[in-house]
Design a protein around this ligand. Sequence first.
Ligand code: SF4
Ligand code: SF4
Length: 141
Amino acid sequence: MPAEQGRGDCQTCGAECCRYVTVEIAKPRAHVDVEEVRWFLAHENVHVYIDADDGSWNVQFHTNCRHLDRWNRCRIYSRRYRICHEHDAEDCEASQAEAQDTVFHNTDEFDAWWRKEKARRRRRNARRRKAGAAAGTQRKA
Ligand code: SF4
Ligand code: SF4
């Protein structure tokens, strides 16, 4: 989080971490989840991403914190929120790790991913059915 005086990378990154709100959402499995993701992505400045670290799904609203000043520093640094206090500048969105996340910027990107995902699930289910049928045949023999 950008300090009042600024320090380290926080001086140059433009206070990325103070410009969005993220909320974890359900991994889309059913039609209702898919429609929810598509609805999020229909809005401007809203992205959905899969966290590369833990596989969680998240919706991200790009909006600046009201406490950010025009020099990208926090006006309430000494009494900033707990979530800001716990944010680790050593492992933040300005680092390389975040670049590994799968990010959907709009419904077209998500729809393309979902088509591939459905095809992958169909193949996996077909493999399982085949394996189940083979196991059943062996038991009968
Ligand atoms: S994103 Fe990282 S480098 Fe940038 S201000 Fe926040 S903690 Fe500092
Ligand atoms: S309170 Fe300060 S540190 Fe927290 S998001 Fe806002 S500007 Fe950033």
